[in-house]
Design a protein around this ligand. Structure first.
Ligand SMILES: O=C(O)[C@H]1NCC[C@@H]1O
Length: 309
């Protein structure tokens, strides 16, 4: 809803901020929304609208981590800021604003972020100083609990016409992919399915990145031009406006030994072929759900996701 409104009435602001000449192809943005239907009813402390080179994304894990730390520091910097009006101090629970709760005992602040995909619960470690001030702790990681994630398609065969292929696919006329939701819908496909040696992901070069860009763009176009595929694999029980293919994630076994049974390398192409510098947050959620659905990961097990970019 808010994304549709932003696109129809305010898209000139996104274009001015994100696109050339002020921005660039890989620019990403987050607009804070202190007043949303969920902040107004006490179900979230802050709302956010994410901006891409193509429009408005529904979830962004890496922006969520950054925003968590930014928002905690904003509260700490100025308790009297009207955005945080009503801030109080409690010796029992540490600082407490009417927006973010600071738990002194565990040194963690909790914040509920209203993202377009739903409420994301962010935990931000902080340090409390003797003079009563506090600050996000940069030595400990921010984490979040996101919306329910799930796989919608495992080993889905996508046919590729000769006229709409890419060089690395050679004579093959189909590609096998997985599809999953993690606040946004992703196709997850191995480098080898796209015709690329997996090792190319671990030592990425500019030509490989450009070729992967072309292959994923073509795959996305083929998927989006097929109404049956879209109807079958982009299903969200509550919100129809979340039902679109946001990105394609190309994976390969990681060359980095993380001490776990399995770790993956990947590149995420999202929006209009933007490349994520991180392994993504929403994409990782989707891949965890996928690994669970495929029986590769059990509850309580962990896995590390890397990005070569
Ligand atoms: O971390 C994420 O979830 C995002 N990064 C860019 C693509 C996704 O929105």
């Amino acid at each position: 809803m808010i994304r549709a409104l932003a696109r129809s009435n305010h898209d000139h602001i996104r274009r001015a901020l994100i696109c050339e000449p002020r921005g660039h192809r890989e620019m990403y943005g987050a607009v804070l929304r202190p007043h949303t239907e969920l902040t107004e009813t006490g179900k979230a402390e802050m709302g956010v609208l994410f901006l891409t080179n193509d429009g408005y994304s529904t979830m962004c894990g890496h922006a969520t981590l950054a925003l968590g730390r930014f928002l905690v520091d904003s509260v700490c910097d100025d308790w009297s800021d009207p955005m945080w009006a009503g801030s109080t101090f409690s010796t029992e629970h540490g600082h407490q604003s009417n927006q973010i709760t600071f738990y002194r005992e565990r040194g963690e602040a909790l914040l509920r972020l209203h993202a377009p995909c739903g409420v994301v619960r962010v935990t931000v470690p902080f340090v409390a100083y003797e003079d009563g001030s506090a600050r996000a702790d940069t030595k400990r990681p921010v984490s979040y609990l996101s919306v329910p994630s799930y796989a919608t398609g495992v080993s889905v065969v996508i046919e590729v016409a000769t006229s709409g292929s890419w060089p690395e696919l050679g004579q093959r006329r189909e590609v096998v992919v997985d599809i999953a939701y993690g606040g946004a819908f992703y196709i997850v496909v191995s480098a080898s399915q796209l015709g690329f040696p997996p090792a190319q992901l671990n030592s990425l070069t500019k030509p490989t990145l450009a070729a992967l860009n072309e292959a994923t763009k073509t795959l996305k176009r083929i998927f989006n031009s097929n109404a049956e595929l879209r109807a079958q694999y982009l299903q969200h029980a509550e919100h129809a406006d979340l039902q679109f293919l946001y990105g394609v994630i190309v994976t390969a076994p990681s060359a980095i030994d993380s001490g776990e049974a399995a770790s993956e390398n990947s590149i995420c192409f999202f929006a209009n072929e933007q490349v994520d510098r991180s392994p993504t947050g929403s994409g990782v959620q989707a891949r965890v759900a996928l690994a669970y659905a495929k029986g590769e990961l059990k509850l309580g097990e962990s896995r590390t996701y890397h990005s070569p970019v």
